[in-house]
Design a binder for this molecule. Structure first.
Ligand code: 8Y7
Length: 340
């Protein structure tokens, strides 16, 4: 069987994008107003070969940007870890008071969404019991949501999803794409909030041992497409779904780079896309920076790449640096709107 894929290419920005769309020689990337694609890489994958060619076509599905996202610019999701063992900040915000203060700081720096998580999913990590996860995150979600901030909950468990939504969270972010807890998909079908489906190969404990793909970008696409269809079939409206290729989750250095390079492919899933690469290991490998907390510049470079390739949400630790970098890249791309 031959499977066909369409990766948007030949990207143009701002006034150029709008002119090419007007002339019928470009189309909106991911439903965004400031980015157009002018080419499509048509990819045909057979049992033992992949054929690629560039053509002036259109994607089979056009993404419609839902109201909780912006067609003008990527939303910044600031990371609020409430875990004693999180690798990137050494558990600095382990206790809820500190986590709340950190969330408020990120919001002040321009975070649009605060992603509150109580279970580290770093490579090699064990799970956290449900009661402990709830104890960590509920006070933080309540406090941030009470201040009118948009909170997403980073969890794989149905009961935690429900409790977090009750406490004021309005987005669910599941690194297992509703596959870890058999009750999670039904919990989300009964809710009405957006849900982020992230690709991972294997579970956090073992995922980095020997990740394997035939073609990583295409395999991740197939997996996300199947998860989106399963969620829609279970009663989760398509407009609620955001897809994420899951940098660092069961992927080698080269796998991560290949996913980044082909990131626009995920726009042809027909749903908004999220990129999370902040401070991850492949950035350390590229820059030589061993300390995750010192990978700010590399992370910002990756965030700018993601924005230029149409990410609807970018998940970051370093909100201030990212917002400032995107203001500059956004102004160059689209001077009169200063957005991407
Ligand atoms: C991601 C994520 C993490 C990601 C989404 C880390 C919870 C590891 N990474 N969620 N979570 N996407 N959607 O380094 O890439 O932050 S945890």
């Amino acid at each position: 069987m031959i499977r066909h894929y369409a990766r948007p290419a030949g990207l143009v920005y701002g006034p150029d994008a709008r002119q090419l769309i007007e002339e019928g020689r470009g189309a909106s990337l991911g439903g965004l107003s400031a980015i157009a694609y002018t080419l499509v890489e048509e990819i045909a994958r057979g049992a033992s070969s992949v054929r690629r060619r560039f053509a002036t076509g259109r994607l089979p599905r056009q993404t419609v940007v839902p109201a909780f996202l912006s067609p003008e610019r990527p939303l910044i999701m600031g990371i609020v870890n409430v875990t004693p063992d999180s690798f990137s900040d050494g558990g600095l915000h382990a206790e809820s008071g500190r986590a709340i203060a950190h969330g408020l700081l990120l919001a002040q720096q321009g975070a649009d969404i605060l992603d509150v998580g109580g279970e580290s999913t770093r490579p090699g990590s064990e799970g956290v019991p449900e009661a402990e996860e709830l104890r960590r995150i509920l006070p933080v979600i309540e406090a941030l949501a009470a201040r009118g901030l948009t909170v997403s909950v980073d969890t794989r468990k149905a009961n935690v999803m429900r409790a977090a939504l009750q406490a004021g969270a309005s987005i669910v972010n599941d690194v297992a794409a509703l596959t870890y807890d058999p009750a999670a998909i039904e919990a989300m079908a009964e809710a009405s909030c957006p849900v982020i489906l992230m690709h991972a190969q294997g579970d956090p404990r073992t995922m980095q041992l020997s990740p394997h793909y035939d073609d990583v970008a295409l395999d991740v696409f197939d997996w996300l497409e199947a998860r989106i269809e399963a969620c829609v079939a279970a009663g989760i409206a398509r407009w609620r779904i955001v897809a994420d290729p899951g940098i660092g989750f069961g992927k080698s250095f080269r796998h991560n780079i290949d996913v980044l390079r082909h990131f626009t492919l995920y726009h042809s899933l027909g749903v908004p896309v999220l990129m999370g690469l902040s401070r991850k290991g492949f950035i350390g490998a590229l820059t030589g920076e061993k300390l995750a907390g010192n990978r700010v510049s590399g992370s910002v470079g990756g965030a700018v790449w993601s924005a230029l390739n149409g990410a609807h949400i970018i998940r970051v630790h370093d909100v201030k640096a990212t917002v400032e970098a995107l203001a500059v890249a956004g102004a160059a791309a689209d001077p009169d709107r200063s957005g991407l």
